[in-house]
Design a protein around this ligand. Sequence first.
Ligand code: ADP
Length: 451
Amino acid sequence: MRSSLTRKITLSMVALAVGGIVLAAVLINLALTFNFTRYLGKVQEEQNRLILDTLAELYSRSTSWQAVRLSTMYVGSTTGTQIKVYDLRGRLIVDSLTGMMGMHGGRWQRQEQRGNAAAYPLYVQGEQVGMVEIVHLGRQGLWSAEALLFRRTVLTSAIVTGLAAIVAAACFGSKLARRLTGRLTVLAAAAEKWGQGRFSSRVVVSGDDELAVLGETMNRMASRLEAQSDLRKKLTSDISHELRTPLSTIQSYLEAFRDGVLPPDEKHLAAVLEESGRLGSLITDLQRLADAEYSRRAAHFELLPLHSFLAAETERYRPLLERKDISLVLELPHEEVTVQADRGLLGQVLANLLMNAAKYTPAGGRVTISLTAAGGEAVIAVADTGSGIAPEHLPHIFERFYRADPSRARATGGSGIGLAIVRELTEAMHGRVTVESTPGKGSCFRLYLPL
Ligand code: ADP
């Protein structure tokens, strides 16, 4: 892959250079031919006009062809032209090359390169006296030998420069490609390691281009994968630990019954039943957690007016709390607050928070649900006057299986999953959850949902 990418980039650079150079050569040639031809045409035209003026002058001096005959050869040889003069009846008066006067045309007569012939009427004092045909010798059309050489030199230099550019493009292209593929190979090697589950390795990011951004993104992805992998390992060990405790209790009871150490009476059987019940609720909690993780992907959002929603939820849980002699209060702002949320998920979040409040608040206590809206967020707070949570536990209580006080949680039947579900579901609705607590006074959980 590496060599093929290098070859592709190098070939593209060379192809670009060749294309650019061919285009430049064609354009230079066209521009040169066009402008130079125009310029040469103008110069020849001026020269022809001068020749015509000279011939007219010669004719007017004697009003006869005599002086013209005598001087045409001289004018022709000094200007490098063949001049033919005809009278009005079309008779050839003089040809500067053959010399009507029997003179030899010199080197111009042998000249093979001839320019275009141009014919002009010859006027003397406003009257036409004949025709003049002028041919520039030693030329190809308008092009003199010097002009042709100039054009060839320019084109040769363009081609030499072009070849040098192609070589430079090939060298530069392959160097650039090798650098690029070198960095891609490093990224590919890192991805390969991650594919094998070795998430601890990182890509060394250099520069600030797109590849560097890709490297940083891949590093971030590796960190997340590493965290996920650690979490999975921790979860597996947590689950096995959680299952082991009630299971080994049940096992020890059963062994004691078998060995006759304990009688399988009502009291002991009730203890076994309690442990198996704990196992059951743990499995139910695990299922709820898996469901919460699934809901995160399948949240169904709707515009949810919170006044009526919270009022209905309060009424639903009031009897449960009142049975424990805990009062439930709802505090709503005057204006309706509407959020984009999943009604079912928000209901589950509130249920978990209210169940906890009921669990950790003694009789005679109070639970308050309040709603506010600030900074583009709706804030639903569930505050209780319960036991509170010690500061050292606060940062961990949203973690799976974390219990602030395991011995008491055992008494309350909690497995430390309720708040993990709260956080999972709140984040599924693009919200967040926070907690504030004072031991002995109470706790306040706040849900922030985008408006
Ligand atoms: P559990 O099923 O054990 O209640 P949670 O995840 O719901 O698990 O809660 C984690 C821990 O946080 C609990 O064990 C408890 O110690 C503490 N906690 C949760 N809610 C409250 C509350 N309202 N008052 C005091 N402690 C709480």
